[in-house]
Design a binder for this molecule. Structure first.
Ligand SMILES: O=C(O)[C@H](O)[C@@H](O)[C@@H](O)[C@H](O)CO
Ligand SMILES: [Mg+2]
Length: 382
């Protein structure tokens, strides 16, 4: 079997799907994308083609290593997202050829169902209580929200109170009948992280995500020393070569690689097992589409330390497109009592509605995240 064609489709709300075709008619789908840089990743995928066209798609390990090493420069959000989507599609092909879901090729299920969580509150966390109540009725009991709005590197007690008050209201309304993570989203600089973590400690959030920016990872062990709140990070780290330093330094309780940013299934499996050696749990990042989610679930169902899975149904980014818009087998993604079952179909388990994808790609938006500014006019972390 040989790879004969790669086709990318940028589709609403902000995703990109990749179709890899073979000379024997087996097709694999992947989701290579960096939110807000879809066209850049699309070019990176195209630049990977010389390593792939004419090659045997079953040799995923050799193709992965070639894509990673042969271009001399390596790593980073763009190249690792391109490799990620291609890797997902290659695993999809392998499973389809062998007639098995990919998790069966990786040693089989380590659990029967996977715990999912849902975003609430949007970019500027609001209406959270109502949104939690609605999602609770749908069976969710684990949520995530932004911990703050814009925050200066050094900001006021009033801003700290605002963040703390929001969390106090949630605990007041729901007690411990729900759990929630707070995503600092890189908006909190090291000087403010300590203050916020100290003030939030009493409400026991399930985790605080990106307590500081990934480029400040040396703070993770220092912050972990002063709080019992589990610290989570990983969506802006792109290979095991980045994660190894963070694992060795300590401080992270939850690692959140993104299956569409960190080299795909092949790489994230390695990251997951490295994390397990450090007693770090796995909660793959996934505010993206159905192929990315299926790739996450593939890794979740074979990783002992997988504890939580993000999914994008109803997320504030999904304007103009929803998680299941482009799949035929919607029922396979059903979430019951906050859990998702393994996807039973061969490959990644996603049946892509190709007509819908092609149609939607005709007016793909150039999604960008907003540019926020502080009161003094300087750019703010979004
Ligand atoms: O935890 C999450 O889902 C992420 O922080 C998410 O909000 C961002 O990755 C966003 O997709 C970037 O455009
Ligand atoms: Mg996040």
């Amino acid at each position: 079997m040989k790879i004969i064609k790669l086709t990318t489709y940028r589709v609403p709300p902000r995703w990109m799907l990749l179709k890899i075709e073979t000379d024997e008619g087996v097709v694999g789908w992947g989701e290579p994308v960096i939110e807000g840089r879809a066209r850049t990743v699309e070019t990176a995928v195209q630049e990977m083609e010389p390593y792939l066209i004419g090659q045997d798609p079953s040799r995923i390990n050799d193709l992965w290593q070639t894509m990673y090493r042969a271009g001399f420069y390596r790593g980073g959000a763009i190249l690792m997202s391109a490799i990620a989507g291609i890797d997902q599609a290659l695993w999809d092909i392998k499973g389809k050829v062998l007639g098995k879901p990919v998790y069966e090729l990786l040693g089989g299920l380590v659990r029967d169902r996977m715990k999912m969580y849902s975003w609430v509150g949007g970019d500027r966390p609001s209406d959270i209580i109502e949104q939690i109540r609605t999602l609770q009725q749908g069976g969710f009991n684990t949520f995530k929200m932004n911990g703050t709005e814009e925050l200066g590197m050094l900001d006021t007690s009033a801003k700290v109170d605002e963040a703390v008050h929001r969390v106090a209201e949630i605990r007041e309304a729901f007690g411990t009948t729900i759990e929630f993570g707070l995503d600092f989203h890189g908006r909190v600089a090291a000087p403010m992280a300590k203050t916020l973590l100290r003030e939030l400690e009493q409400f026991r959030p399930l985790f605080v995500e990106e307590p500081v920016l990934a480029e400040q990872a040396e703070y993770y062990p220092r912050l972990a020393e002063m709080t019992s709140i589990p610290l989570a990070a990983g969506e802006r780290m792109y290979s095991r070569f980045e994660f190894k330093n963070v694992f060795a330094a300590g401080g992270l309780s939850i690692v959140q690689p993104d299956l569409s940013h960190a080299g795909g299934i092949t790489e994230c499996l390695k990251i997951a097992s490295m994390a397990e050696a450090y007693d770090i749990t796995l909660a793959p990042h996934c505010p993206l589409g159905p192929v990315a989610l299926a790739a996450c679930l593939t890794v979740d169902f074979v990783s002992y330390n997988a504890v939580l899975q993000e999914q994008s149904m109803g997320i504030h980014y999904n304007k103009g497109g929803e998680l299941l818009d482009y799949v035929v087998n919607k029922e396979d993604f059903k979430i019951v009592d906050g859990y998702c079952n393994p996807l039973p179909k061969p490959g990644l388990g996603v049946v892509v509605d190709e007509e819908r994808v092609i149609e939607a790609s005709k007016n793909a938006p150039d999604w960008r995240n907003p540019v926020w500014r502080h009161e003094d006019g300087s750019v703010a972390e979004w």
